[in-house]
Design a protein around this ligand. Structure first.
Ligand SMILES: [Zn+2]
Length: 87
C-alpha cells in the first residue's frame, strides 16, 4: 500500500517537473541585444548576465529537480541579481 502512495507521489512530482519545463520555468530571457538578460532589470537595462560558480545548495537543488533543467548560475553586473537559469 505504501509503495503505491510513494509511486504515485513520484509520478505526480515528475509530471509537475515536465509541466514546468513545458511552461519555460527558469528559462533565459531573450531580447534583441542579448540571449540572456537579467530578469530584475530587463525592460530598462538590456545587458547579458555573467556565469558564476554554483554553491552546494544550487547543486543539491539541481539533483532534487532530477537534473532535468540543467541549471547554471548567473549574476547581473548592473543590479547584482544572482540566480539559476536553464538554457
Ligand atoms: Zn540586473
Amino acid at each position: 500500500m505504501i509503495y503505491y502512495i510513494l509511486l504515485s507521489l513520484m509520478f505526480i512530482y515528475l509530471l509537475i517537473l515536465i509541466v514546468m519545463i513545458k511552461l519555460g520555468w527558469g528559462k533565459k530571457l531573450k531580447c534583441n541585444n542579448c540571449i540572456n538578460c537579467c530578469p530584475n532589470c530587463y525592460p530598462e537595462v538590456k545587458i547579458p548576465l555573467t556565469r558564476i560558480n554554483r554553491n552546494k545548495y544550487d547543486k543539491i537543488f539541481n539533483h532534487i529537480t532530477l537534473r532535468l533543467f540543467k541549471f547554471k548560475k548567473y549574476e547581473c553586473n548592473h543590479c547584482h541579481w544572482q540566480g539559476l537559469r536553464c538554457s
